[in-house]
Design a binder for this molecule. Sequence first.
Ligand code: ZN
Length: 286
Amino acid sequence: MKLNTQSFALNLKHNKRAITIFPQLLILVFIVLLSDVTNAQSDSAVFAWPEGKRAAVSLSFDDARESQVISGTPLLDQYGVKATFYVVPSTMEKQLDGWKKAVTNGHEIGNHTLTHPCTGNFSWSRNNALEDYTLKQIRNELKECNKRIRELLNVKAEVFAYPCGQKFVGKGINTKSYVPLVAEMFIAGRGWMDEAANDPVYCNFAQLTAIEMDGKDFDQILPLLKEAKKTGQWLVLAGHEMGEPGFQTTRLVMLKKLIEYAQDPSNGIWIKPVGTVARYIQEHKD
Ligand SMILES: [Zn+2]
């Protein structure tokens, strides 16, 4: 009898503990299940690039610098890689035949405004400063540039790059963003000197980020490519001159290594112009 009472007391103690442990266990199971759901959600958010590729890379160059069609496009053509060139028509005219050839060979031509207005903090832009612009004036810049590109090359510019990466007009309380204008007129607008690549599911196409490739060696670009592969990003690289090391110059030696890396099927990189990638995402996002 004494033994029975003892075992009853023991059972009761056990049950009591079980009762107090049970809700804690329940919470733990709930947390584990929840984290599984969250992981599944973030996994499903990774964008499916074509042909099973893991990331996209776009090469882009600004201002229609002469070296782009003298040294740059011949190298790209050798590898069959198409890039995006954001042109200022008056500069483009200096090498018009080279630009016509670039179009024939499948490179994309984008709008980079008619007169390249930037902040007046740059002394060279003081007389054509964004601070003195209105939205109406900047709209005219974009429209006239498109018109000129069509006249000179017979192409419709569908993509845009903000000169100096600056996206405003006006000053103080009158400052206005011209991003909505770019969203209205183009399928994509590219910035400059950003720190992150684009998340294809999340990004604002009128404000795509761009990472500078001027002055860099391949070992400085490689970590960006690896990161893009890991996270399924779209890396837009931006440069100016194309040639031997120099001021605002994308080095051809670096470019060669980058292209060879991107074209190695085991690296899973989709290397296409900005407009091609933007259109692909817009058509396959949902
Ligand atoms: Zn520029």
